[in-house]
Design a protein around this ligand. Structure first.
Ligand code: NAD
Length: 463
């Protein structure tokens, strides 16, 4: 497995300059070029599927099935959709018909914003780097990609592969940690897309403001689940628990905490225990279907949150910092002021807050930042509508978790502190596209528009 080499800081401005020259050549605007690059990207992923699985196993102890599901298939789906639709998306669009304006042929040209920067996190290091790239390529942009140094094996593999498959004069990778990223952020970009946490997003936003660079931020937060006793209990427990243990809970869309009617808590907890035992018959530690935490630092963070909780650990609770292992853990009778409610958990720990009714659940959700996702498990359409109508979140999903990220045609994005901007599919194309207004007026139109010229006379405009 290749070693991750950080890009020398002094090389970073030259890399950006080279990519800018590449963009200046105009080649990325050609639809045939965009399609050829998208095809190459598909080959990059397909040809190297096993190497990606191995890299993710090295970085996160990730089971290969999860890499296939969450990285390979979804990213390939994005490439395919862009390949099939890019010509249509990029077509100049006529403005809506207006009798007053149609003679000037008002239209919207879809133009690439230019040279864009994509900064991505460790948790889905293929999907979260390459899906924005799909948007950039299809929009006709050139791009510099900054993978997470926290997933070094995957970053090293992408660094090796990208120039072998894609045109290196317009698509480049820069590697590094904070000093390298700080240098990258000093440079002017035409758009920055950042995926990661809210603290760093503020650093990115401040750096972008210096150049008035537009940014999109895909962030996280505490995505709640609201349980209605009128739900399919076994299915709810299975899906929620899966959403919590997949990638060891390191998913931006993971259900973070559950709001359950107080009288229903026992039943719900028992159902979770059943699911746990069926997922991990030999225990999660021995299972090759369960990932590890990305770093000792994050493992220690989770350990401390668990040590400080006032809730009751139902099962799990074991933490081994050296091996970056946190057992799938359910904690019941948690309150809003608990350590487990103080930050996004981003680990396989599920706090359960008992509530009196749906109104209390809604009030708790609304006392927190707008989350990236909000989940409701219910068979009652009025219950679902009540929760969705009285809250805000990036996505609002009933009876399912996490997989909305891969659903064709849906935007992926947050609201407020969980992010700004949307992507995937056509939304990704739009993120990196400038909608340039265009008109072509005819001289004879002054016959009707001549009244705009001075000297003005009363009634010169017959509107
Ligand atoms: P991370 O530690 O891998 O950091 C993300 C990126 O920020 C990296 O490329 C890193 O080099 C860069 N970075 C870190 N510190 C920096 C600094 N001081 N200045 C400039 N750049 C810096 O990942 P993370 O941020 O811990 O990722 C986890 C977070 O991302 C969670 O909050 C999760 O919810 C969120 N997330 C959101 C989405 C989404 O689509 N909305 C997807 C995945 C993860």
């Amino acid at each position: 497995m290749s070693q991750l080499m950080y890009t020398p800081i002094e090389d970073i401005p030259k890399i950006q300059g080279d990519v800018r020259s590449g963009f200046g050549s105009g080649k990325t605007k050609d639809i045939a070029f965009r399609k050829a690059q998208l095809l190459q990207l598909a080959y990059l992923i397909k040809d190297n599927q096993q190497r990606f699985r191995d890299a993710l196993h090295a970085d996160l102890g990730r089971p290969p099935t999860e890499t296939d599901l969450f990285e390979i298939f979804v990213t390939l789906g994005e490439v395919r959709s862009a390949y099939d639709n890019v010509a249509k998306w990029a077509k100049t669009e006529s403005a809506a018909f207006s009798l007053n304006w149609f003679a000037m042929s008002p239209a919207i040209r879809k133009e690439p914003k230019g040279v864009v920067l994509v900064i991505s996190p460790f948790n889905y290091p293929i999907y979260l780097l390459l899906t924005p790239l799909v948007g950039a390529i299809s929009a006709g942009c050139a791009a510099v990609l900054k993978p997470s140094e926290q997933a070094p094996a995957t970053a090293a593999l992408l660094t090796e592969l990208l120039p072998r498959y894609l045109d290196p004069t317009v698509y480049r990778i820069v590697n590094g940690g904070i000093p390298e990223t700080t240098k990258i952020l000093e440079l002017p970009w035409d758009h920055i897309m950042y995926t990661g946490n809210g603290r760093v997003a503020r650093i990115i936003a401040a750096a972008a403001a210096k150049h008035l660079t537009p940014i999109s931020t895909e962030l996280g937060g505490k995505s709640p689940v609201v349980i209605d006793p009128k739900c399919d209990l076994k299915l709810a427990a299975k899906r929620i628990f899966w959403g919590k243990i997949a990638n060891a809970g390191q998913i931006c869309l993971s259900p973070d905490y559950v709001l359950v009617p107080r009288t229903f808590q026992d039943q719900f907890v028992a159902a979770l225990k059943e699911v746990h035992d069926s997922f991990f018959p030999e225990g999660p530690r021995a299972s090759d279907s369960f990932s590890r935490i990305v770093s000792e630092q994050h493992t220690r963070r989770l350990k401390k949150l668990l040590e400080d909780t006032q809730g009751t650990v139902v099962f799990g609770g074991e933490v081994d910092v050296e091996h970056k292992y946190v057992a799938p853990t359910v904690v019941r009778d948690v309150t809003e002021r608990d350590s487990l409610m103080s930050e996004e958990l981003f680990g396989p720990v599920l706090p359960i807050i008992p509530v009196e009714d749906v109104d209390e659940a809604i009030a708790i959700i609304n006392r927190h930042d707008h989350p990236l996702a909000l989940y409701v498990f219910s068979q009652d359409s009025k219950f679902k509508a009540k929760v969705f109508d009285n809250t805000q979140s990036g996505s609002a999903i009933a009876n399912e978790v996490v997989i909305q990220a891969g659903a064709h045609g849906l935007p992926v994005g947050g609201v407020g502190p969980s992010g700004t901007g949307y992507y995937t599919g056509k939304y990704g194309f739009d993120m990196f596209t400038h909608h340039r207004a265009t008109m072509d007026s005819q001289g004879w139109l002054d016959w009707v528009l001549g009244g705009r010229y001075p000297p003005y006379t009363a009634g010169s405009l017959s509107l």
